[in-house]
Ligand binder design. Sequence first.
Ligand code: SAM
Ligand code: SF4
Length: 460
Amino acid sequence: MDTAFIDHEKIYDILQNVREPDKSEIEDIIEHAKELKGISHEEAERLLMTQDSELRQMLLDTANYIKNEIYGKRLVLFAPLYVSNLCNNECLYCAFRKSNSEITRKTLTTDEIKKEVEALVSQGHKRVLLVSGEGLGNEALDYSIKAIDTIYSVKIGDGEIRRININIAPLSVEEFKRLKDAKIGTYQLFQETYHWDTYKKMHPKGPKSDYVFHLTAMDRAMEAGIDDVGVGILFGLYDYKFEILALLQHIRHLEEAFGVGCHTISIPRLEPATGSYIASHPPFSLSDEDFMKIIAVLRITVPYTGMILSTRETPEMRRNAFSLGISQISAGSRTNPGGYTEKSSGGQFSLGDHRNLEEVIKDMVDYGYVPSFCTGCYRLGRTGKDFMDLAKPGLIKLYCLPNALSTFKEYLVNYASESLRYKGSRLIEKMLEEIPSNDVKKKTTNNLQLIEQGAQDLYL
Ligand code: SAM
Ligand code: SF4
């Protein structure tokens, strides 16, 4: 078996010698973590082994501390845009898999994509994640590039999509170059499971059954000049400890090869999916407690890497996870192509959070979180290593918080109900005080006034 840079033997070794860390060991690691520079992978391994409830709580508190110090109360919002549920693969957990006859198949036309984007823009969205099954064969890349152009072309008043991230089948270096030229933000691909045997079992047929081609997608994307790549694990397929240790190996490999690791980590848990037994019977079901521990360990280990939580999770779980260091969430999502304008095609899995964007935002505001639609870094070229260099203690608050406030203001002025506008404006006033520079505070106050008078898309 060729598992490239995922060293299975080494991980088995670590897992076999599992010894729970004691309190003083955890305290030492936490002290190191509070310097806000991340911790070593060896330290992360130790944290991962924590089972004791008091020690676990210490991890959650530390993650909360790091989240507040680095990110403050800002949370970036996006919506997935599913364009096709055709697929040539047989991923056992997914409703889109080729042999599943229980869903209606659909690939959106350019006109249908426009309508979907209009629906999202009318709600106030500025960022989409373009998602597709893998059933379009040789046409797939051309289709995706056309879809990207179409999405960027939609304007409703001053509303528009300003950043498109994309989650599609892995490509060659040459193909990735074309995707980069189409002006994508992050290229996302989830390894699902890093465990070779499980991967082979879960992906019995189709191009995705090639573990190494899937795993090395990020190498090709980065070689092609795509600076921001997003990785992910589908929790429930295999032992979470193995997966996290392997994920850390993947990150280390990217750091060694390209000088920077991944931009985001997604942490989906398996959800029921039409026509899939596995999806409702996860072989390694992940408890809420362990899920929270994983989020905390990742936040502590790679403090400047974005962490994405989708609407697979319930509102309550999402609220809990925000405080541990989630930095991006989807809202008002549909996983069936055409789902924002009609309901006929088949969705990928069932959702835990069915609220629309405004309901999610209201809830965030009630809990003191600032919804952000910011796309500033990507448009100013602050990507990859440049972004990581910027992401030093305090600097995210200096750029991201002001930009979160401006984009939230834009949302309030153009899309929010009166009651949300009132609540949101009060939150903005309060959060202005948290900007750690008088100069930036002044600039932001000025931008907020301009937005009130109709200006759009102001960012630092
Ligand atoms: N087709 C591409 C692929 O598989 O990489 C990209 C899009 S796929 C539609 C997006 C992700 O959905 C997959 O990577 C997988 O992790 C996730 N997914 C599939 N079935 C799921 C399920 N039953 N529950 C939760 N997530 C699921
Ligand atoms: Fe196809 Fe992706 Fe679903 Fe697998 S996870 S069946 S590749 S859409």
